[in-house]
Ligand binder design. Sequence first.
Ligand code: NAG
Length: 285
Amino acid sequence: MAAAAPPLCAWLVAAGAHADCGADEHHRQQHRQTQCFDAGSGATFGLDRRPLGARRRGSARSGMAMSVALQPERVIVEKKRPDVKQRRVVVTGMGVVTPLGHDPDVFYNNLLDGHSGISEIETFDCSKFPTRIAGEIKSFSTEGWVVPKLSKRMDKFMLYLITAGKKALENGGLTEEVRNDLDKTRCGVLIGSAMGGMKVFNDAIEALRVSYRKMNPFCVPFATTNMGSAILAMDLGWMGPNYSISTACATSNFCILNAANHIRRGEADVMLCGGSDAPLIPIGM
Ligand SMILES: *[C@@H]1O[C@H](CO)[C@@H](O)[C@H](O)[C@H]1NC(C)=O
C-alpha cells in the first residue's frame, strides 16, 4: 500500500486548505478503499480477470468464504499494477456563504480571530424551544447570482449552494467568458447536502394539511438533496460528473475528495465541489 500513499499526499498538499498530509489516516483509508473498488470494477486494468474467475468459483460455495479467499489475491493484483500516471489536482477558486462572512478571506480571518458564527435565531420564533441559538446567516442576497423568479421558490440550501458555487468560479477566474471556452463535457459539479430542502419539504407538509392545491408544485425536486448541485450543473451547462453525496457533517469533504478523484482518474478536468445545508427551521432544532 505504501506505493499508493504518495500521490494522495501530493493532492492533499496541493489542495492545501483541506488536510495535513501526514495526519490524515482516515483519508488514506478512504483512498485505499477506492483503489480496491477500482480493481474490482475492472474498468481500467485487464489484470482483473483472475479475481472474477475466482469469484465465480467461490460463489458456488459460500458468500463469506468467497470474500475471505478473494482478499489476499486482490492485494497482490493491486501491487503488481503498473504505475498509472497520476494527474495533479489543485484548488483554483473558493466561495462561501456563512454566518462568518460571504468571502473566503473574511470567513477565514474571522475563524482565526476566534469570532463565533453562533447567534440568536431570528428567522422564526423559537422562544418555546430549549435552544435559541444557531449558526444563522443574517445578511444574504442572491442578487446577481440567482434569477429572482427562482430565488423566491427555492430552498435556502439551494440558494446558498448556487451563490457560493458561482462565487468560487469567479474567484478562480472562471468567468462566463472563460467558461465558454471550456469543454463542458469535461466539467462536473459535485456539491452535497446532508438534509436537502428541509424548509420546502416542511412547508409542503403544512400546506397539505389544508389541501394538496396549496403545495409548492416544486416541493419534491426542491427538497431532493442532489437538486442544488444538479440545478447548478444545468445552469452552467456542465455535462461532466453530476451528482451529490450525503454523509451528515462529512458531506462536503466526501464531495471534495470524490471530485478530486474524478480529476485524478481523468474523468473530468474541472470539478465544482463542496456542500450546503439550511436546516434552521423548527424541526431542525
Ligand atoms: C444532472 O443531474 C440532474 C438531476 O439528477 C439531471 O436532470 C441533469 O440532466 C444532469 N445533467 C447532466 C448534464 O447530466
